[in-house]
Write a protein of this length. Structure first.
Length: 198
């Protein structure tokens, strides 16, 4: 599968970051501010927290480009925004304020997610990431959209259904089928067994 190339606007933004041009921050806000906010809001469930995550994402972009030069800028932003928002949720969890919709979405795939982060678990997490990335690339366009919206952007099933013009039952069924395919792939690659991760 060919890698998605950056648009002219994305290339201009990346070049501004690479040149340490502060206009990059206003460019990214204009082009992707609402997108970053939506991802953060879907995960945190709070407008205030989402705005803080949006600003933190801009800061992380400034800190990571350079040395990074993203080949797919939108995917790069999505990953950063999601990680910033999940970090925020971890902070909220200390006060037991985890948004219930996020708990539900993550519980659907928790059997595939490592629950500890020692050296061995970190290595396993890298293998798992590589396997999941390959799995996602092999999905159909619609399956990929559903999987990413649900598990990367924490969109609700009803939002996904509305965006695709299908029923929520169809989305639930397709999510179930995608999870089964993911489980089969991980079992085949020795990254998961019936008793949990190998």
């Amino acid at each position: 599968m060919a890698k998605q190339k950056n648009s002219a606007a994305d290339t201009a933004i990346v070049n501004a970051f690479l040149q340490r041009d502060e206009s990059a921050l206003s460019l990214i806000e204009r082009e992707y501010g609402k997108y970053i906010y939506k991802i953060a809001f879907n995960i945190t469930g709070s407008g205030e927290d989402a705005k803080e995550c949006e600003n933190d994402t801009y800061m992380r972009l400034w800190q990571s480009i350079p040395p990074d030069r993203p080949e797919n800028f939108k995917a790069y932003i999505s990953r950063l925004a999601r990680n910033v928002a999940l970090d925020r949720v971890k902070l909220l969890s200390r006060d037991k304020r985890i948004p219930s919709h996020l708990t539900v979405a993550l519980s659907e795939i928790e059997e595939f997610v490592p629950d500890s982060f020692g050296v061995e678990a970190e290595y396993e997490a890298r293998l798992l990431k590589k396997a999941v990335d390959g799995f996602i690339r092999a999905l159909s366009k619609r399956e990929k959209y559903i999987f990413i919206c649900r598990y990367y952007c924490a969109d609700s099933v009803s939002d996904i259904a509305n965006a695709l013009g299908i029923g929520t039952t169809t989305v639930y069924r397709e999510l179930d089928e995608i999870r089964k395919k993911l489980k089969d792939k991980l079992v085949k690659e020795g990254l998961w067994n019936e008793n949990g991760k190998s």
